[in-house]
Design a protein around this ligand. Structure first.
Ligand code: AP5
Length: 219
């Protein structure tokens, strides 16, 4: 199964993809997590990506596509979180899937209003090792600065500062919203209002996947 999770920064894509991956065994592919891993390792891609990420801009398409390409055909199924984010990335995904002769089974759009998004991101902290997200006000780790899940360091992301958040929202509208329209034109998008508790959103998400139509092949 191949599922694409789309939604603005802070919509809960990572939170829900982790839960879904744990409950289904599908591989969670987050380009944001992968890029943060590259930055942490100091790789050539990480050095290039950091500048874009800290500003809240997208990392160039060719770098992101070549980073994720080999993972898309994973036989356990994949949950794509944060990819594709531009029309060029969506076309590249179509090409990879067509080559592998597998469809996208479901595109799920998580929508949340802008005030709630800004609130979520301003309180967000992330484990640097396993990438589990926390909210310092509503869902903090049990021990300050330490991940409940793996014991790794929990810190605020550079791109959750107000200027970078504002730019990420703008970039989402300009470059990623057209991807949503592209998938809507294929008629395979499940719309979910991703407010309420993470458990409630997960229930809606699971329901949307259970009731999904058959997959739509790339043109
Ligand atoms: P990425 O890591 O993908 O960031 P994003 O899309 O901006 O999404 P977020 O991680 O901020 O939010 P999310 O929707 O996953 O929400 P989360 O579950 O964390 O990308 C970062 C950067 O990498 C990009 O800006 C770009 O530079 C680069 N990049 C990545 N992919 C790229 C690509 N394909 N092409 C080019 N560049 C790329 O939740 C957010 C907070 O809300 C958490 O605190 C969480 O605990 C809380 N929360 C979650 N659900 C709920 C709920 N139901 N109620 C209350 N709080 C909740």
């Amino acid at each position: 199964m191949r599922i694409v999770l789309l939604g603005p920064p802070g919509a809960g894509k990572g939170t829900q993809a982790r839960r879904l991956s744990e409950s289904t065994g599908m591989k969670h592919l987050s380009t944001g997590d992968m890029l943060r891993g590259e930055v942490a390792s100091g790789s050539e891609l990480g050095l290039l990506a950091k500048e874009f990420m800290d500003r809240g801009d997208l990392v160039p398409d060719p770098n992101v596509i070549s980073m994720i390409r080999n993972h898309i055909g994973d036989p356990s199924g994949v949950l794509l979180d944060g990819f594709p984010r531009t029309l060029i990335q969506a076309m590249a995904l179509d090409t990879e899937l067509k080559f592998a002769n597998v469809p996208i089974d479901r595109v799920i759009h998580l929508s949340v209003d802008i005030d709630e998004l800004v609130k979520r991101l301003s309180g967000r902290a992330l484990c640097g090792d396993c990438q589990t997200p926390y909210n310092l006000e509503s869902d903090p780790p049990s021990k300050t600065g330490i991940c409940d899940r793996c014991g790794g360091p929990v810190a605020v992301r550079n791109d959750d500062k107000p200027e970078a958040v504002a730019n990420r929202m703008k970039v989402y509208q300009e470059l990623t919203a057209p991807v949503l329209d592209y998938y809507r034109s294929h008629g395979n998008v499940a719309e979910i209002v991703a407010t309420g508790s993470p458990d409630e959103v997960f229930e809606k998400l699971s329901q949307a996947i259970r009731s999904g139509k058959s997959g739509v092949m790339a043109n």
